[in-house]
Design a protein around this ligand. Structure first.
Ligand code: SF4
Length: 479
């Protein structure tokens, strides 16, 4: 059934599409998630700044474009965002459902660092950050250049010919950052202006994909941030300002930035949101600004017990976590969201007990606690890329234990979803083909159907989940 999300939006780009190169920007998740992604917004405005192009948005719940209600088949180029493993299934589904096999398609986003699964259903994969070479790629498509030529563009993986590709990224981060961004009330942050203060991370957590793919650590200049935030918050009239960084406390000019944001808050009221912080460097001024703006929640990712946490490179002691939470409480923060993983190699039930204990101690401080716990999935290009994904039976037992101890405080995506993610995360071309086959044959995707198709050709699904593809193809991609 054809559908179009009907949401009141601001700052939508309106153009006539006749005689323009039409780009469909597809986010394979629901509108609320899509519109909470800064990369999606940057791309939309970056492409629409070119008068020859009209870029329109599609989300998983909007099979017609949000701008003009057009059909995906009406576009000259289809671009997909690939943010996490299960998006791959949705991308394949959208291609099959809409019969897009003869359209040029490119996929970009953090999960493209293993592009080999995409090979059976898309022509191009963008490996790196869009600001660097996306315009060169689109130019090449507009000029109908041969794939051999396109493969010479840095970061572009051409499914029919590429094997080794090196990622591409802007070395200096003062790249295009729109101050007047498309937005609506129906995002995770409400009607918000989003800015990325930095990319990459200075820390060395061994499991972290973000650190590997966005390295080296780069910051936006304070001048660019002040200019963007000032113009955006005054002219755009957003209700919130979201400042994205792997750890905002680390930003070199944080004091100056906060001083400016505070001044703006005196001029008009808005909420300041910092989606993730580290517990070992707490900037009280930042907390003060958050609380003053009306934001009462902070998010920390302790990941595991102290012992396992140190082993996987996140060297933060439990006492430091507790100390940070005491400061939160003191400054007026009411709620803490905590992210954990379980099933990390070498972890035992004792580790889970200490996880429960630290959560209880944080609750005792009088803070409302929400916990998200999901199985550890080894990611390509991280130091733990060859680690084992734990046996699902073990994982289920561990999850049962956590649920029993934590009750309603705990949310999880569950073991089954993690199992599919594990297969895709370190999968290969064969897995991509099988996902496409399942969708073509049955019209839907499920783990059961994938298992059935894998068994038919003698592939052991458990081994794929546990260790990934025996060929480990992603190792050919250079970050
Ligand atoms: S988990 Fe967080 S702190 Fe650790 S490397 Fe990744 S982004 Fe940095």
């Amino acid at each position: 059934m054809e559908s179009r999300v009907a949401v009141e939006e601001k700052l939508v780009v309106r153009k006539k599409f006749r005689d323009r190169f039409r780009v469909a920007l597809v986010y394979p998740n629901v509108y609320r998630v899509a519109m909470s992604n800064l990369g999606y917004r940057i791309l939309y405005h970056m492409l629409n700044n070119d008068d020859r192009i009209y870029c329109e948005r599609f989300t998983y719940d909007s099979s017609r474009s949000l701008e003009t209600g057009s059909d995906l088949r009406d576009f000259d180029l289809i671009m997909f965002s690939y943010q996490y493993e299960l998006d791959l299934v949705k991308i394949a589904e959208i291609i099959v459902r809409n019969g897009l096999f003869n359209k040029p398609k490119i996929v970009g986003g953090p999960c493209t660092y293993n592009p080999f699964l995409l090979k059976p259903f898309v022509e191009y994969v963008y490996i790196g950050e869009a600001e660097s070479k996306l315009q060169a790629f689109i130019e090449a498509i507009m000029e109908n250049r041969e794939d051999e030529e396109i493969a010479k563009i840095e970061g572009i993986y051409v499914s029919s010919i590429s094997s080794n590709v090196t990622k591409t990224y802007p070395h200096i981060l003062d790249t295009f950052l729109p101050s007047l961004q498309v937005s609506s009330n129906y995002t995770i942050f409400g009607d918000a202006l989003m800015v990325d203060v930095s990319r990459g991370c200075k820390w060395g957590c061994l499991f972290c994909l973000g650190r590997s793919i966005y390295s080296p650590y780069r910051e936006r200049s304070i001048d660019q941030l002040i200019q963007t935030i000032g113009e955006g918050m005054v002219k755009g009239g957003y209700s919130s300002l979201v400042m994205i960084a792997s750890d905002l406390n680390n930003y070199s000019n944080l004091d100056e930035l906060l001083e400016y944001v505070e001044k703006l808050m005196n001029y008009r009221k808005f909420k300041v949101i910092a989606p993730s912080l580290r517990a070992d460097i707490i900037n009280e001024k930042l907390l003060e600004v958050l609380v003053k703006s009306g934001e009462k929640t902070v998010t920390l990712a302790p990941e595991s017990s102290e012992e396992v946490r140190f082993r996987i490179g996140k060297k933060i002691r439990d006492e430091v976590l507790l100390e940070a939470c005491k400061i939160f409480k003191k400054t007026g923060i009411k709620k803490v969201k905590l992210y954990f993983m379980f099933g990390i190699p070498g972890e035992t039930i004792e580790d889970l007990k200490t996880i429960v204990k630290i959560i209880e101690e944080i609750s005792k401080l009088g803070l409302k606690v929400k916990v998200s716990a999901n199985p550890f999935i080894p990611k390509p290009h991280t130091p733990l890329q060859d680690a084992e994904f734990e046996d699902p039976r073990e994982l289920r037992e561990k999850l049962k234990f956590l649920k029993k101890k934590l009750g309603k405080v705990l949310t999880t995506d569950g073991v089954k979803q993690a199992y599919i993610q594990a297969i895709i995360s370190r999968g290969d071309e064969e897995i991509g083909k099988l996902i496409l086959e399942v969708l073509g044959k049955y019209g839907v995707f499920s783990l059961k159907l994938l298992r059935r198709e894998m068994e038919k050709i003698g592939l052991d699904i458990n081994e794929y989940a546990r260790w990934g593809s025996p060929e480990k193809p992603w190792k050919k991609i250079k970050l």
